[in-house]
Design a binder for this molecule. Sequence first.
Ligand code: TXE
Length: 499
Amino acid sequence: MLTRAAAERLVSTVPTEPYLAGRWDSSQSADTFDVIDPVTERRLTTVAAAGAGEVDRAVSHARSALDEGAWGRTDGSTRALLLHRLADLIEARSEEFAILESLDVGKPAFEPRAIDLPQTIQTFRYFAGWADKLEGRSIPTGAYMGRPTHSYTVREPVGVVAAITPWNSPTMIGAWKIAPALAAGCAVVLKPPEDAPLTSLLLASLIEEAGFPAGAFSVLPGLGAVTGQALIDHPGVDKISFTGSPETGYKVAVAAAKGFRRTTLELGGKSPQIVFGDANLDDATMGVAAGVFANQGEVCAAGSRILVARAVYDEFVERLVARARDIKVGDPFDEGTTMGALINARQLERVSGYIKTGADDGARLVTGGGRPDRKGFFVEPTLFAEVDNTMTIARQEIFGPVGAVIPFDSDTEAVTIANDSDYALAATLWTSDVNRAHALARRVKAGAVAINGWAPLDPRLPWGGSKLSGQGRELGWAGIEANTEEKSVTAVLSYAPDK
Ligand code: TXE
């Protein structure tokens, strides 16, 4: 059994400075910020924050690594090799990553062990596979002033990519941005979340060992409003890949509009999980509970609106409540803990505020709603029944372990409720009728629909949403498209065939 003390000792091995131009660099950093443990509320470490100077140097070095340096000259098969090496290095230290993520985010280590780290490694390997397959097309174009033409396309890196990640799953979400960008040949400047920067700093320490040339990848820890804002405002950044709140996403979009720079924005959701009357209720109970409570509910794809057919409503609520009561909230390093703490005091206040609003609005609190009597940003797994889709708790992203259970009477009503949302990221359908499942999967507005399983992750699948959930797709081939520009080349041939 891993102890908290051993985990805390690991923190002292993690570098705490910006990593840029191929070295650790805090020469100009005047500011620092504390990394707080969400469970003990104690300081884990203090990190040097990158200021505008470091941002400028990181972006300039990234630019020259691409335009004049070794990175721009690195061919696809070498990029593939480097990404595979990085995946191997992460795999070799995956236990360290998992422990640090657990400590930093406040979640039990079985989650990063089973999900975040395997997904991270798989993502780097998947995109290593694309790196030497970025082919163009040959397009049969017409004659130009009587002369034949020869046209083809090439796929080129977008350039310098700023990656800004959130604190809920920084390692995995970081990989979703870094791996496709590096595979495409872009240079990446990562701004990790100030609430959980440790695994991103550990990752930076592996970059040189993997063999990436200086400037290909930098990590700039710091506050969003300072480091993040300086990065998105920097004119040398060609693309911004952001995961976080719609409010910050809007700032990213406005900053990117200057110069019409590209963005990928993943801004969370209010995803429906629809349980039809014919669903296997054992499976649905397990899956729906995971969908709303995994990672303390701090998941962009959290299935926080639980739509249940009236015929099975009472039974399902009872089962779900029993499942929620089985969850053991506590220190991630205590034996048997299955749910940890929220990330910070602000999130605790925000989630507690939503719980109060749910009760004030007349939803029926069927379990949870309180906080364990202890230090740390904990909140109980909470479920509201008889929720109406117009209530605040059904409309706004809570980003905590709070589910709103909404009854429906027909398939059409279920789809109408599911689509009546400002968000459109993910949806889950629970039914034993395969025809119904595939027909309704087409009608539900979401970037990803899962049938009889909650949000299965796979780097081969495109990921992203629409409406307030954001714009663009990461992962899969879409991840490569998002980091490349397609250029056409046409040669007018100075050859006229014999008349
Ligand atoms: O997000 P922010 P917060 C949602 C969730 C949560 C809410 C608030 O509902 O309750 O957002 O969380 C960086 N320029 N999601 O305040 O601020 C910041 O440093 C550039 C859903 O933590 O959006 C961090 O690295 N960057 C989401 C990142 O943005 C800036 C996951 C996200 O922080 C910046 C997280 C600025 N001006 C929160 N300001 C999801 N989609 O999964 C902040 N940042």
